[in-house]
Design a protein around this ligand. Sequence first.
Ligand code: PLP
Length: 384
Amino acid sequence: MTKPRKVSTIVASAGVAADPVYGGLIPPLFASDTFRWPDSDTRPDYDYSRTVNPNRDMLAAALAELEGAAGGVATNSGQSAALLALLLLPTGSLVVAPHDCYGGTYRLIKGFEEQGRLRSTFIDMLDDEAFDRAMAEDPALLWIETPSNPLLRITDIADRAARAKRAGALVIADNTLPTPCRQRPLALGCDLVMHSTTKALNGHGDLFGGALLAADAGLVEKIQWWANAAGLSASAHDSWQTLRGLRTLPLRVERQEATAQRIAEWLAAQDRVAAVHYPGLSTHPGHELAERQQQGPGFMISFRVKGGDEAAAAFLSGLDLITLASSLGGFATLICKPSTMTHGGMPPKVQKEAGIYPDLLRLSIGLEDADDLIADLARGFGSA
Ligand SMILES: *Cc1c(COP(=O)(O)O)cnc(C)c1O
């Protein structure tokens, strides 16, 4: 066995100087929908781009190496990666998912449940009793998302995955927030890992994409079969561009995380802040587990503004540099109000159970200077 390569080497060398025709340093873009057969009985390696495409394969190979996966598929959005995972399950399967999972995941699973395709149980993943109860109901899939969004609660992946496997379930982790630079769910016992590459992996906010990767080659084949059958695969252009964005991922994550740590500490010292959720703070409930499980606390922070909904609105209107928008992981710092934006589709009762209050704001820290970001946040508190 050769030693696994480091993240920065994987992203800097993926597809480099592999152009078979001219030896171009950068992989060529194979935009063609279809490919010529040598004769009608000899299928070429690439025949039709929905099924297989060189740029998509290059991206999937880089992502699989980053996650230590056997392989997988780059999809046309994060949601199509989630859909692809659910397509692996027989009708009527029980999916156990965190009650504070990504809003789109909640919507998709609930939509399938309303149509009678799947059953679901949304639980507090940190609640041992609730977890054991759910595992006793013969689940087909356990959905893990850690750190959770927006509260950045930390689930013990190795423990939850082992218990779910004993219950006979497949285990998937949505690794969008931590990125493979900071967390490797397959090494901790998960079967599948999914990403919204729209976020940090592309990092430049200019495309939609996703990926579903598997530890086991048999599962990879099933994923590829369904991606082709359902038409969920990423385009050549998006795959090519995502690989370009991916090249700087480790640098971006390191810088975004250093700034996030400073901002979280600054927020924690403000009187107008009621609570700060950031795994890098020693006061964060999952801090020690995050230190063991992750290679860094990440670039996401959430916090509650004192004075409720109105104070939060005034704070937001005072910001100038930081944009009010619902995405994350990119070069530009974004702020959002989960209760009406990213998690607006969750019924108020479910939001409350998940701790998503109207005064909760979520920051995705980008690449701006930390002092300038802090000055902007101070402007916001000046208006609140
Ligand atoms: C954005 C996001 C998704 C969905 O990805 P899209 O690319 O928007 O379809 C899924 N999970 C998490 C954690 C996300 O942040």
